[in-house]
Design a protein around this ligand. Structure first.
Ligand code: AMP
Length: 114
């Protein structure tokens, strides 16, 4: 039986996703249940469960992900601003155990989050 997370299955092209960017290190695709007009998930291809399990060796990878987030935000016209969110663990609201950054924009976002 497969132990793969849903995001690993998207990386491996076993299930479809609306991919907006891909390179050797990461993949970005639209969230199935968008919480804003633009809602993209940016994930490393490396299997990292959450922010809590990032290692020192992942420093450059995490920097790369943020540069890609910046580029995607520019390309999708989020010049008025956007939010980048990584939910971590049960109390953080994480539901998929593969590190992902939510890129949300296209409307006025409120603070604090629920
Ligand atoms: P989180 O709750 O922070 O772990 O975020 C997981 C996100 O993944 C949620 O916003 C879901 O809507 C999204 N999601 C789950 N399955 C898929 C999928 N197959 N394709 C795209 N987004 C998904």
């Amino acid at each position: 039986m497969s132990e793969k997370s849903i995001f690993k299955r998207i990386i491996d092209k076993e299930i479809p996703a609306d991919i907006v960017y891909e390179d050797d290190l990461c993949l970005a695709f639209r969230d199935l249940s968008p919480q804003a007009p633009t809602h993209v998930l940016v994930i490393p291809k490396k299997e990292i469960k959450s922010v809590a399990t990032i290692t020192d060796q992942d420093q450059a990878l995490i920097g790369h992900l943020y540069l890609i987030i910046r580029n995607i935000a520019r390309e999708l016209g989020l010049g008025n601003g956007y939010r980048v969110v990584a939910n971590c663990g049960a109390e953080g609201g994480q539901t998929v155990d593969h590190l992902h950054f939510h890129l949300l924009g296209g409307r006025q976002l409120k603070w604090p989050p629920g």
